[in-house]
Design a binder for this molecule. Structure first.
Ligand code: GAR
Length: 219
């Protein structure tokens, strides 16, 4: 059997994306293993999920460090000690520094609850609603030194409804996040992602059947 991909996960919050990935590793549908979970927040639901799944976890509180670089060096050290192949940011609400990105080039993924490059940053479901877009969604991308700017691996689109609130739109997007993050990791684990500049190609390509979406519908 080929070696499983060793994942290190960083999460600040409830950790539902993390849980979706834990579940897929445990049911064998992802050829990967989460070997270390790190949170900057001792109250993160992600730490409780780690405990329940029997995965080693660390709380590294950014407030105990004088600089972002010092904090990142500590995290990088822990990930390297655990011989991580891929780092996943799963609701990790800290900007990571060059030191971190350079330690894992094209080996850090992030999930973002909007269709990048639209709406980078924070509170993006609210911003999408306020802007009046008809579609939003989520994006998994490799992390570079910008904020939500790295090469895009996979996106899912959801409609924005007239009746939506920030909560209902966020919930609709989150359902798709739980689908696309494991898929991006699977493609990485299978060695199918090729990064050339900004573009990520899938090798061999998916037999994707293009379809257009309209909201509202044309009829
Ligand atoms: C998710 O919606 C994720 O896309 C977002 O935080 C949420 C975490 O939920 N991440 C960002 O906004 C990163 N800038 P979870 O803890 O339940 O996975």
């Amino acid at each position: 059997m080929s070696k499983k991909l060793r994942i290190g996960a960083l999460a600040s919050g409830g950790g539902t994306n993390l849980q979706a990935i834990i579940d897929r590793c445990q049911d064998g549908s992802l050829p990967a293993e989460i070997v270390l979970i790190i949170s900057n927040n001792q109250d993160a639901g992600a730490l409780e999920r780690a405990r329940k799944a029997g995965i080693p976890a660390l709380c590294i509180d950014h407030r105990s460090y004088a600089s972002r670089e010092e904090f990142d060096r500590t995290i990088v050290g822990a990930l390297q000690d655990a011989e991580i192949d891929l780092v996943i940011l799963a609701g990790f609400m800290r900007i990571i520094s060059e030191i971190f990105v350079e330690a894992f080039p094209n080996r850090i993924m992030n999930i973002h609850p909007a269709l990048l490059p639209a709406f980078p940053g924070l509170h993006v479901q609210r911003k999408a609603l306020e802007y009046g877009v008809r579609f939003s969604g989520c994006t998994v991308h490799f992390v570079d030194t910008g904020t939500d700017t790295g090469p895009i691996i996979i996106q899912a689109v959801v409609p924005v409804l007239d009746s939506d609130t920030e909560a209902t739109l966020s919930a609709r997007i989150l359902v798709q996040e739980h689908q696309i993050y494991p898929r991006a990791i699977q493609l990485f684990a299978e060695g199918r992602l090729r990064v050339e500049g900004r573009r990520v190609s899938i090798d061999p390509p998916d037999d994707y059947c293009p379809q257009s979406l309209t909201n509202p519908t044309l009829r």
